[in-house]
Design a protein around this ligand. Structure first.
Ligand code: NAP
Length: 314
């Protein structure tokens, strides 16, 4: 059933989506925010955020997103749990199809973020979620008290996961496919010098073991330089090898790059080839990918949407 026409529909409740909601709600546009499978986005899986401006002592990621949601609600944002399955941006009002209904919107801000990437090795899928393979140390770390675990990856996320796990685990193997970390110097330094973290350089996962028993019993890794394989005796495997942008339902209607990230229109970070449709946050940014840059893009998209509505009788 089609609904009345919304001024603005914002898809996503991470830093980008909720910042866009604060701005458009304060502009009296009564935004409707569609909340997907992961309310609050990736920051809700982070422990301490130390680099968001204005928090000299750091701020808990979940708390930050909860505050932002309350701030958006305070000015009149409406929230609806819905997953957009397809869109029609070929005519106005724009059409958004969810599992439940068809929404009509004068403007749309897509802030759907990115999801953790998996390696695809045998055993990973079978043991994912509650059986020992996970992408979130903050969520699952406490289950591995006094156990040995492995983290895969060499970026800031992998270091952050490994450092967080030092609170619980006995030993953390950090498995990285090269011999130097991609992570920032400060995170790399903290990680490589931590007594509980053992670096496994030049190595890639080959198999997560334990499928028959339904629980991780080890991780087989291969040294890419020597070809030598070894089994790390771990009970948990934390994947931290980057993200895949959540752009699939929109990929036909808008431009995306070879990795699936939205490609904004020339001269803008947030405009798309369809006037009135904007993108913000990690779904459109594979370079900076920070909470504060996502919030900044949400703000830009909100201001663009406001201006577009003002110019088109919104
Ligand atoms: P990332 O920087 O893209 O790092 C991904 C890591 O996974 C890289 O080390 C990469 O290896 C490795 N990798 C990728 N595919 C792999 C595969 N198939 N098998 C094995 N290893 C694989 O991703 P991220 O760490 O999630 O960080 C994303 C962004 O968020 C970055 O800009 C980062 O600075 C930021 N971030 C910041 C913080 C913080 O400041 N506290 C925390 C988390 C994230 P290579 O190095 O060889 O490419």
């Amino acid at each position: 059933m089609a609904s009345s026409v919304e001024n603005i529909v914002i898809i996503g409740t991470g830093c980008a989506g909720l910042t866009a909601a604060v701005y458009t709600a304060r502009a009296n546009l009564a935004p409707l925010v569609l909340e997907g499978a992961m309310p609050g986005g990736q920051l809700t899986t982070t422990s301490e955020v130390e680099n968001f401006p204005g928090f000299p002592e750091g701020v808990d990621g979940f708390q930050l997103m909860d505050n932002l949601r309350k701030q958006a609600a305070k000015f009149g944002t409406r929230f609806e749990q819905a997953r957009v399955e397809s869109v029609d941006f070929s005519a106005r009002p724009f059409k958004l199809r969810t599992g439940e209904r068809e929404l009509l919107a004068k403007t749309v801000i897509i802030a759907t973020g990115a999801s953790p990437r998996l390696t695809g090795v045998p055993g990973e899928k079978e043991l994912y979620g509650g059986k020992g393979v996970t992408t979130c140390a903050t969520c699952d770390g406490a289950f591995y008290r006094n156990m040995d675990v492995a983290v895969i990856g060499g970026g800031d996320s992998a270091c952050e996961e490994a450092l967080f796990l030092t609170r619980f685990a006995r030993r953390i193997y950090l498995v990285h496919r090269r011999d130097s970390l991609r992570a920032s110097k400060i995170m790399a330094g903290r990680t490589t010098t931590h007594p509980k973290i053992q670096m496994v350089w030049d190595s890639v996962p080959v198999e997560v073991q334990g499928v028959a028993a339904g629980a991780v019993s080890g991780l087989k890794v291969r040294n890419v330089k020597t070809g030598v394989e070894q089994v790390l005796p771990v009970k948990g495997v934390f994947m931290a090898i980057g993200h895949v942008p959540n752009t699939q339902p929109f990929a036909q209607a808008l431009d995306v790059d070879e990795n699936g990230y939205f490609r904004p229109a020339a001269g803008s970070q947030v405009k798309t080839k369809v006037p009135g449709v904007y993108v913000a946050g990690d779904c459109a940014d594979h370079v900076y990918r920070q909470a504060v840059t996502a919030a900044g893009m949400g703000c830009q998209a909100a201001i663009e949407a406001e201006r577009w509505l003002a110019g088109h009788g919104g």
